[in-house]
Design a protein around this ligand. Structure first.
Ligand SMILES: Nc1ncnc2c1ncn2[C@@H]1O[C@H](COP(=O)(O)OP(=O)(O)OP(=O)(O)O)[C@@H](O)[C@H]1O
Length: 270
Protein backbone atom coordinates (compact mmCIF):
# COMPACT_ATOMS: atom_id res chain seq x y z
CA UNK A 1 0.00 0.00 0.00
CA UNK A 2 1.91 3.02 -1.16
CA UNK A 3 -0.67 5.65 -2.06
CA UNK A 4 -1.15 8.90 -0.23
CA UNK A 5 -3.81 9.07 2.49
CA UNK A 6 -3.05 12.57 3.78
CA UNK A 7 -1.30 15.49 2.15
CA UNK A 8 -0.33 18.72 3.88
CA UNK A 9 0.29 21.58 1.52
CA UNK A 10 1.82 24.61 3.26
CA UNK A 11 -0.76 24.05 6.02
CA UNK A 12 -1.05 26.70 8.72
CA UNK A 13 -3.49 26.21 11.59
CA UNK A 14 -4.25 28.36 14.58
CA UNK A 15 -6.70 30.16 16.77
CA UNK A 16 -8.09 33.66 16.25
CA UNK A 17 -5.42 34.40 13.65
CA UNK A 18 -2.55 33.20 15.86
CA UNK A 19 -0.80 30.32 14.09
CA UNK A 20 -0.04 27.25 16.17
CA UNK A 21 1.15 25.01 13.30
CA UNK A 22 3.08 26.76 10.56
CA UNK A 23 3.52 25.98 6.87
CA UNK A 24 3.43 22.20 7.16
CA UNK A 25 4.12 20.31 3.96
CA UNK A 26 4.33 16.54 3.65
CA UNK A 27 2.33 13.40 3.17
CA UNK A 28 1.27 10.30 5.02
CA UNK A 29 0.91 7.05 3.11
CA UNK A 30 -2.13 4.80 3.38
CA UNK A 31 -1.77 1.85 5.73
CA UNK A 32 1.01 3.41 7.82
CA UNK A 33 1.40 4.04 11.55
CA UNK A 34 2.84 7.45 12.41
CA UNK A 35 3.73 8.84 15.83
CA UNK A 36 3.17 12.59 16.19
CA UNK A 37 5.62 13.96 18.72
CA UNK A 38 6.84 17.32 20.01
CA UNK A 39 7.04 19.35 23.19
CA UNK A 40 3.97 20.61 25.05
CA UNK A 41 2.40 23.36 22.99
CA UNK A 42 4.20 22.33 19.79
CA UNK A 43 0.90 22.00 17.89
CA UNK A 44 0.21 18.25 17.95
CA UNK A 45 -3.45 18.48 19.04
CA UNK A 46 -3.95 21.43 16.73
CA UNK A 47 -2.74 19.32 13.82
CA UNK A 48 -5.12 16.48 14.78
CA UNK A 49 -8.02 18.96 14.88
CA UNK A 50 -6.97 20.36 11.52
CA UNK A 51 -6.92 16.90 9.93
CA UNK A 52 -10.28 16.06 11.54
CA UNK A 53 -11.76 19.24 10.05
CA UNK A 54 -12.56 20.77 13.45
CA UNK A 55 -10.15 23.62 12.74
CA UNK A 56 -10.13 25.29 9.34
CA UNK A 57 -6.70 26.21 7.90
CA UNK A 58 -5.51 29.79 8.24
CA UNK A 59 -3.41 29.08 5.17
CA UNK A 60 -2.59 26.18 2.87
CA UNK A 61 -4.51 22.93 2.74
CA UNK A 62 -4.89 19.50 4.24
CA UNK A 63 -6.15 16.88 1.77
CA UNK A 64 -7.45 13.60 3.17
CA UNK A 65 -7.96 10.88 0.58
CA UNK A 66 -9.88 8.41 2.65
CA UNK A 67 -13.41 7.26 3.44
CA UNK A 68 -14.36 7.43 7.10
CA UNK A 69 -12.26 9.28 9.65
CA UNK A 70 -12.24 8.57 13.40
CA UNK A 71 -10.81 11.06 15.89
CA UNK A 72 -10.17 10.27 19.53
CA UNK A 73 -9.37 13.48 21.42
CA UNK A 74 -7.35 13.70 24.63
CA UNK A 75 -9.16 12.18 27.62
CA UNK A 76 -9.15 15.60 29.30
CA UNK A 77 -11.60 16.77 26.62
CA UNK A 78 -14.09 13.97 27.40
CA UNK A 79 -16.79 14.52 30.03
CA UNK A 80 -16.98 11.32 32.05
CA UNK A 81 -19.60 12.62 34.45
CA UNK A 82 -22.22 12.34 31.69
CA UNK A 83 -24.77 9.75 32.94
CA UNK A 84 -24.17 7.08 30.31
CA UNK A 85 -23.16 3.42 30.24
CA UNK A 86 -20.33 1.74 28.36
CA UNK A 87 -22.76 0.44 25.75
CA UNK A 88 -24.09 3.99 25.11
CA UNK A 89 -20.59 5.35 24.59
CA UNK A 90 -19.44 2.51 22.35
CA UNK A 91 -22.67 2.57 20.28
CA UNK A 92 -21.78 6.10 19.22
CA UNK A 93 -19.33 4.34 16.90
CA UNK A 94 -22.35 3.53 14.71
CA UNK A 95 -23.18 7.20 14.31
CA UNK A 96 -21.61 7.66 10.86
CA UNK A 97 -23.24 4.46 9.61
CA UNK A 98 -26.72 4.64 11.19
CA UNK A 99 -27.19 8.30 12.16
CA UNK A 100 -27.92 9.50 15.68
CA UNK A 101 -31.38 7.93 15.95
CA UNK A 102 -30.78 4.97 13.65
CA UNK A 103 -31.74 1.48 14.79
CA UNK A 104 -29.01 -0.92 15.74
CA UNK A 105 -29.70 -4.39 14.32
CA UNK A 106 -28.66 -7.87 15.43
CA UNK A 107 -25.48 -7.78 13.33
CA UNK A 108 -24.54 -4.43 14.82
CA UNK A 109 -25.04 -5.77 18.33
CA UNK A 110 -22.78 -8.69 17.51
CA UNK A 111 -20.15 -6.28 16.14
CA UNK A 112 -20.41 -4.20 19.30
CA UNK A 113 -19.97 -7.28 21.50
CA UNK A 114 -16.95 -8.34 19.41
CA UNK A 115 -15.35 -4.91 19.84
CA UNK A 116 -15.88 -4.98 23.61
CA UNK A 117 -14.37 -8.46 23.69
CA UNK A 118 -11.40 -7.27 21.61
CA UNK A 119 -10.60 -4.47 24.07
CA UNK A 120 -11.08 -6.73 27.11
CA UNK A 121 -14.38 -5.20 28.24
CA UNK A 122 -16.78 -8.10 27.64
CA UNK A 123 -19.47 -7.91 30.33
CA UNK A 124 -18.96 -4.18 30.93
CA UNK A 125 -21.90 -3.10 28.73
CA UNK A 126 -24.07 -1.72 31.56
CA UNK A 127 -21.31 -0.19 33.67
CA UNK A 128 -21.73 3.60 34.18
CA UNK A 129 -18.85 5.54 32.64
CA UNK A 130 -17.97 7.26 35.90
CA UNK A 131 -17.29 3.84 37.47
CA UNK A 132 -14.54 2.97 34.97
CA UNK A 133 -10.82 3.28 35.66
CA UNK A 134 -8.79 5.46 33.27
CA UNK A 135 -7.53 2.38 31.45
CA UNK A 136 -11.03 0.86 31.15
CA UNK A 137 -12.36 4.16 29.80
CA UNK A 138 -9.62 4.22 27.18
CA UNK A 139 -10.45 0.64 26.21
CA UNK A 140 -14.12 1.65 25.80
CA UNK A 141 -13.08 4.57 23.60
CA UNK A 142 -10.98 2.22 21.47
CA UNK A 143 -14.01 -0.08 21.11
CA UNK A 144 -16.02 2.90 19.86
CA UNK A 145 -13.21 3.76 17.42
CA UNK A 146 -13.19 0.16 16.14
CA UNK A 147 -16.93 0.31 15.48
CA UNK A 148 -16.45 3.44 13.39
CA UNK A 149 -14.65 1.24 10.86
CA UNK A 150 -12.60 4.24 9.74
CA UNK A 151 -9.87 4.35 7.10
CA UNK A 152 -8.01 7.15 8.87
CA UNK A 153 -7.75 7.07 12.67
CA UNK A 154 -6.42 9.99 14.74
CA UNK A 155 -5.51 9.25 18.36
CA UNK A 156 -4.51 12.16 20.62
CA UNK A 157 -2.42 10.95 23.56
CA UNK A 158 -4.34 7.67 23.96
CA UNK A 159 -1.78 6.24 26.40
CA UNK A 160 -1.76 9.03 28.99
CA UNK A 161 -1.94 7.66 32.53
CA UNK A 162 -2.47 4.14 31.21
CA UNK A 163 -0.53 1.15 32.59
CA UNK A 164 1.94 -0.72 30.42
CA UNK A 165 -0.28 -3.79 29.96
CA UNK A 166 -3.16 -1.68 28.66
CA UNK A 167 -0.78 0.27 26.42
CA UNK A 168 0.47 -3.01 25.00
CA UNK A 169 -3.09 -4.32 24.44
CA UNK A 170 -4.16 -1.09 22.72
CA UNK A 171 -1.01 -1.02 20.57
CA UNK A 172 -1.75 -4.56 19.39
CA UNK A 173 -5.19 -3.34 18.31
CA UNK A 174 -3.64 -0.41 16.47
CA UNK A 175 -1.22 -2.77 14.73
CA UNK A 176 -4.21 -4.93 13.66
CA UNK A 177 -5.81 -1.81 12.18
CA UNK A 178 -2.63 -1.15 10.20
CA UNK A 179 -2.69 -4.79 9.02
CA UNK A 180 -6.21 -4.11 7.71
CA UNK A 181 -4.85 -1.23 5.61
CA UNK A 182 -6.04 1.59 7.86
CA UNK A 183 -3.88 4.66 8.46
CA UNK A 184 -3.21 5.75 12.05
CA UNK A 185 -1.68 8.94 13.46
CA UNK A 186 -1.04 8.85 17.18
CA UNK A 187 0.11 11.71 19.42
CA UNK A 188 2.38 10.61 22.24
CA UNK A 189 5.34 11.68 24.35
CA UNK A 190 7.13 8.42 25.13
CA UNK A 191 10.09 8.33 22.74
CA UNK A 192 11.08 4.81 23.81
CA UNK A 193 7.64 3.55 22.85
CA UNK A 194 7.83 5.48 19.58
CA UNK A 195 11.18 3.83 18.76
CA UNK A 196 9.85 0.38 19.59
CA UNK A 197 6.44 0.36 17.97
CA UNK A 198 6.01 3.24 15.51
CA UNK A 199 7.62 2.86 12.06
CA UNK A 200 7.04 6.54 11.07
CA UNK A 201 7.29 9.73 13.08
CA UNK A 202 6.26 13.34 12.53
CA UNK A 203 8.22 15.72 14.78
CA UNK A 204 6.59 19.11 15.34
CA UNK A 205 7.86 22.30 16.95
CA UNK A 206 5.08 24.60 15.72
CA UNK A 207 6.55 23.83 12.31
CA UNK A 208 7.65 20.55 10.85
CA UNK A 209 11.08 19.46 12.05
CA UNK A 210 11.09 16.05 10.39
CA UNK A 211 8.76 13.41 8.98
CA UNK A 212 9.90 9.97 7.97
CA UNK A 213 11.25 6.70 9.35
CA UNK A 214 11.36 6.88 13.15
CA UNK A 215 15.04 5.98 13.47
CA UNK A 216 15.96 8.96 11.28
CA UNK A 217 13.46 11.43 12.74
CA UNK A 218 14.64 10.70 16.29
CA UNK A 219 18.27 11.49 15.47
CA UNK A 220 19.73 13.76 18.20
CA UNK A 221 20.16 16.66 15.76
CA UNK A 222 16.43 16.69 14.96
CA UNK A 223 15.49 16.54 18.64
CA UNK A 224 17.89 19.40 19.35
CA UNK A 225 16.47 21.42 16.47
CA UNK A 226 12.94 20.81 17.76
CA UNK A 227 13.94 22.05 21.20
CA UNK A 228 15.59 25.14 19.75
CA UNK A 229 12.57 25.96 17.59
CA UNK A 230 10.17 25.43 20.45
CA UNK A 231 12.19 27.62 22.79
CA UNK A 232 12.35 30.35 20.15
CA UNK A 233 8.57 30.66 19.86
CA UNK A 234 6.72 32.78 22.30
CA UNK A 235 3.01 32.72 22.91
CA UNK A 236 2.47 36.07 21.16
CA UNK A 237 4.38 35.07 18.05
CA UNK A 238 3.29 35.73 14.50
CA UNK A 239 -0.10 36.72 13.18
CA UNK A 240 -1.13 35.17 9.91
CA UNK A 241 -3.02 37.12 7.30
CA UNK A 242 -5.58 35.38 5.10
CA UNK A 243 -2.88 34.31 2.67
CA UNK A 244 -0.84 32.66 5.40
CA UNK A 245 1.86 35.35 5.34
CA UNK A 246 3.32 36.44 8.61
CA UNK A 247 3.81 39.85 10.11
CA UNK A 248 7.11 40.84 11.64
CA UNK A 249 6.13 39.64 15.11
CA UNK A 250 8.63 37.63 17.10
CA UNK A 251 9.79 34.58 15.21
CA UNK A 252 12.22 31.73 15.75
CA UNK A 253 15.68 33.11 16.42
CA UNK A 254 16.76 33.16 12.79
CA UNK A 255 14.55 31.42 10.28
CA UNK A 256 17.26 31.63 7.64
CA UNK A 257 19.94 30.12 9.80
CA UNK A 258 21.39 26.86 8.48
CA UNK A 259 19.54 24.81 11.09
CA UNK A 260 16.21 26.24 9.97
CA UNK A 261 17.03 25.90 6.29
CA UNK A 262 17.80 22.22 6.72
CA UNK A 263 14.29 21.49 7.98
CA UNK A 264 12.78 18.27 6.72
CA UNK A 265 16.20 16.74 6.32
CA UNK A 266 14.57 13.35 6.53
CA UNK A 267 12.17 14.35 3.79
CA UNK A 268 8.71 15.77 4.24
CA UNK A 269 7.02 12.50 3.44
CA UNK A 270 6.94 8.85 4.33
N1 LIG B 1 -8.62 26.72 21.75
C1 LIG B 1 -7.48 27.38 21.71
N2 LIG B 1 -7.48 28.74 21.66
C2 LIG B 1 -6.32 29.44 21.60
N3 LIG B 1 -5.10 28.87 21.60
C3 LIG B 1 -5.03 27.52 21.66
C4 LIG B 1 -6.22 26.71 21.72
N4 LIG B 1 -5.84 25.41 21.77
C5 LIG B 1 -4.48 25.41 21.73
N5 LIG B 1 -4.00 26.68 21.68
C6 LIG B 1 -2.58 27.08 21.62
O1 LIG B 1 -1.99 26.47 20.46
C7 LIG B 1 -0.65 26.05 20.76
C8 LIG B 1 -0.53 24.57 20.41
O2 LIG B 1 -1.38 23.84 21.29
P1 LIG B 1 -1.64 22.29 21.12
O3 LIG B 1 -2.70 21.89 22.10
O4 LIG B 1 -1.87 21.98 19.70
O5 LIG B 1 -0.23 21.69 21.57
P2 LIG B 1 0.21 20.20 21.88
O6 LIG B 1 1.49 19.96 21.13
O7 LIG B 1 -0.90 19.26 21.61
O8 LIG B 1 0.51 20.29 23.45
P3 LIG B 1 0.40 19.19 24.63
O9 LIG B 1 1.55 18.22 24.43
O10 LIG B 1 0.61 20.03 25.86
O11 LIG B 1 -0.95 18.54 24.57
C9 LIG B 1 -0.41 26.37 22.24
O12 LIG B 1 0.30 27.57 22.31
C10 LIG B 1 -1.80 26.53 22.80
O13 LIG B 1 -1.82 27.42 23.88
Amino acid sequence: MTDTCLRFDDLTLGYHGHPAVHHLTGRILRGTLTAVIGANGSGKSTLMKGIAGILKPIGGNCFARCGRLAYLPQQSEIDRSFPARVIDLVSLGFWQKCGLLGRIGREDRAALAACLEAVGLAGFEKRPLDSLSGGQMQRALFARTMLQDADLILLDEPFNAIDSRTVDDLLRLIECWIGEGRTVLCVLHDHDLVRERFPQTLLLARELVALGPTSEVLEPENLLRARQFQEAWDEDAGWCDAGGNFSTDPRPADRNAPAARSLNKVGAHV
